[in-house]
Design a protein around this ligand. Structure first.
Ligand SMILES: [Zn+2]
Length: 93
């Protein structure tokens, strides 16, 4: 059985297509076009289902903290400061 492809139905316009899409890679190679579950990035078929995924604050994959939001923000700030200092030094010369 071949199902009709989504995308040309008259409901698939305007507000319905405004919602965030799943975008998961499908077996046909094109991104999934199902609407993402509210508050998640994927649809119910691609990991957005209720109860799926790790609970908030889960530390199971934490090894060194190199890529935590705090560490990355700190590095970004430090790099910006260094960049500014170098620029200031160049201006003084
Ligand atoms: Zn999906």
């Amino acid at each position: 059985m071949v199902k009709a492809r989504a995308g040309n139905h008259r409901r698939d316009t305007g507000p319905m297509m405004q919602s965030a899409r799943c975008g998961a890679k499908t077996r046909s190679g094109i991104p999934c076009r199902s609407p993402a579950v509210a508050g998640k990035k994927r649809c119910r078929m691609h990991g957005g289902a209720k109860g799926s995924g790790a609970p908030k604050g889960n530390q199971n994959a934490f090894k060194h903290g190199m890529y935590t939001r705090e560490a990355m923000a700190e590095r970004k700030q430090l790099n910006a400061l260094l960049r500014q200092a170098r620029e200031t030094l160049r201006e003084i010369e």
